[in-house]
Ligand binder design. Structure first.
Ligand SMILES: [Zn+2]
Length: 212
């Protein structure tokens, strides 16, 4: 049985974690567009150079580039038991493209109220020395504002401020609402409450799609 899913959710919703848990349990391939881009940047490929340029200019990677990446990834056919696509489609155009060429069994939509996203994102800290991530809610340092590992001071990412986050939230809702509508016309969309624990969320995803 081949199982094909798309997972959606705003930053802080635990989307990557849930995708990995699902992929590991059912031998699915976790196809993360973000991971593919990061790999290309780190390995200095032509695509990596392009992604770096676009992101540095403050833009999103163009639809046709993202679509080609997904197309190529799916064409690898290393997914005997299926896949979970993470980070695509991000807008209506990408969703239409996807559904013209591929079929899926379900869309997992992790839902988190904006107030909860704000709380989680604004609690993030980053070590200025070793780059380790902290979170004042989920992963506090032993000593306030000091890295447990290297002792450097913790900082806030420049785009983790309320104004920048409000822009990201509005953009996310504007672009993903039509994606959900498009998928809802053709596929099964499971809206999952992502305020709960990691395991509770995973259990519900499996229940909703009859995965045992
Ligand atoms: Zn550190």
């Amino acid at each position: 049985m081949v199982r094909k899913f798309v997972i959606m959710g705003i930053q802080g919703s635990g989307k990557g974690t849930q995708a990995k848990l699902l992929a590991d349990a059912f031998d699915l391939v976790h196809m993360s567009v973000g991971d593919i881009f990061r790999w290309n940047v780190q390995n200095h490929t032509k695509l990596g150079a392009h992604v770096r340029r676009v992101v540095a200019s403050g833009h999103l990677v163009e639809d046709d580039v993202v679509e080609r990446v997904i197309q190529a990834r799916l064409a690898d056919h290393d997914w005997n038991y299926g896949y979970v696509i993470d980070g695509f489609p991000r807008n209506a155009g990408q969703a239409e493209f996807f559904l013209e060429s591929y079929d899926i069994d379900g869309v997992i939509n992790l839902e988190l109220p904006d107030s909860e996203v704000e709380q989680r994102v604004l609690a993030r800290r980053l070590c200025s020395g070793c780059g380790l991530d902290y979170n004042l809610i989920a992963h506090r340092p032993k000593v306030q504002d000091v890295c447990d590992v290297c002792g450097s001071s913790l900082t806030v990412r420049s785009d983790d401020n309320p104004a920048a986050l409000a822009v990201r939230l509005a953009e996310y809702h504007d672009k993903t609402r039509p994606v959900i509508e498009i998928f809802q016309r053709k596929e099964v969309v499971a809206h999952i409450d992502a305020t709960r624990s990691r395991d509770e969320i995973q259990t519900e995803i499996r229940e909703r799609f009859g995965l045992v």
